[in-house]
Design a protein around this ligand. Structure first.
Ligand SMILES: [Ca+2]
Ligand SMILES: [Ca+2]
Length: 297
């Protein structure tokens, strides 16, 4: 597969021989030292001052990388050789995609990341070099000290999302030379009134939603203004709420999944904002991408 960069080579540029992170500025904005900066935790609704929000023994970053809920101690990672997860936030004028990589045994040096975009029904590989040139890479201890977590923070212009209206950004994780994808992850980004939203999957439970997050396919539309917080949001948007949608699959081709919105409402209990016309999306369809379709091929 073209366009891959070995993580270990990129890490060599930011790590001291003892594994200390040189990017101290990033660490300063991460109050609990779990690798997720405070602004990212605000989007995720994880605890800014507790590395392990649900106290299940796995820090929030590890749960992102291993695709388990950071809010439910009933959901812990299954054994795996490696995995990758993605989250998003807005900060400093950019949208940031954060790629969290888990590798059992801790050896990142033969692991490769690949990247791509899904626009409509087109899957487009993106050269890793162009993305990683602006990326910040850090290492966080995993729950098992023998394992490793790497975080790759990739900033890009919100205009990319605004100009297409909706796009999916995916990452693949592979072992060098094996030619197959071991794990993959994706984030769905949409532009509503020029405000970039991350469509967060709500399976496994999210805070403020009671049981709704554990039944069916739900998504939270989390606005991620590029200046963080409420920066640039229209004044009529409702604070303390977020737009929650449930969908059903009405079509599938390859990894492209067509979803129809069957319910949408503003729900409370979020440190976020809900667009007043949240409910009007019922009956509309949109496409998402299943990153699992990339695994093994
Ligand atoms: Ca943190
Ligand atoms: Ca946890």
């Amino acid at each position: 597969m073209a366009g891959l960069t070995v993580i270990g080579a990129a890490l060599a540029g930011v790590m001291t021989p003892h594994g200390e992170l040189l990017a101290s500025e990033l660490r300063a904005r991460d109050a609990d030292g779990d690798g997720l900066c405070d602004t990212q935790e605000e989007v995720l609704q994880t605890a800014v001052f507790a590395a392990d929000t649900d106290k299940d023994g796995f820090i929030d970053t590890e749960e992102v990388a291993r695709k388990t809920s950071a809010y439910s101690d009933q959901e812990t990672p299954l054994p795996a050789g490696m995995d990758v997860g993605m989250v998003a936030r807005g900060e400093g004028g950019s949208v940031h995609a954060l790629v969290a990589v888990y590798v059992r045994g801790g050896d990142m040096h033969n692991k490769e990341l690949g990247f791509g975009l899904v626009l409509g029904d087109s899957v487009i590989e993106v050269p890793a070099e162009s993305l990683l040139a602006n990326a910040t890479i850090s290492i966080v201890p995993a729950s098992d000290p023998a394992d490793a977590l790497a975080l790759v923070d990739i900033p890009f212009s919100p205009e990319l999302v605004r100009s297409f209206g909706s796009l999916c950004f995916y990452t693949t994780l592979s072992t060098q030379g094996q030619g197959t994808v071991a794990a993959a992850a994706a984030i769905q980004l949409v532009s509503v009134n020029g405000i970039v939203h991350w469509v967060m999957p709500a399976q496994g439970g999210v805070p403020g939603m009671g049981n709704r997050g554990t039944t069916g396919a739900g998504s939270v539309y989390a606005p991620i203004p590029v200046d963080g917080g409420s920066g640039g949001l229209p004044s009529e948007w409702i604070p303390g709420e977020v737009c929650y949608q449930t969908t059903q699959v009405v079509g599938m081709q390859g990894g492209i999944v067509i979803q129809e919105v069957i319910s949408a409402e503003c729900i409370s209990g979020w440190d976020s904002y809900c667009k007043p016309n949240c409910a009007t999306s019922v009956g509309s369809t949109y496409t998402t991408f299943d990153p699992g379709s990339l695994v093994g091929g």
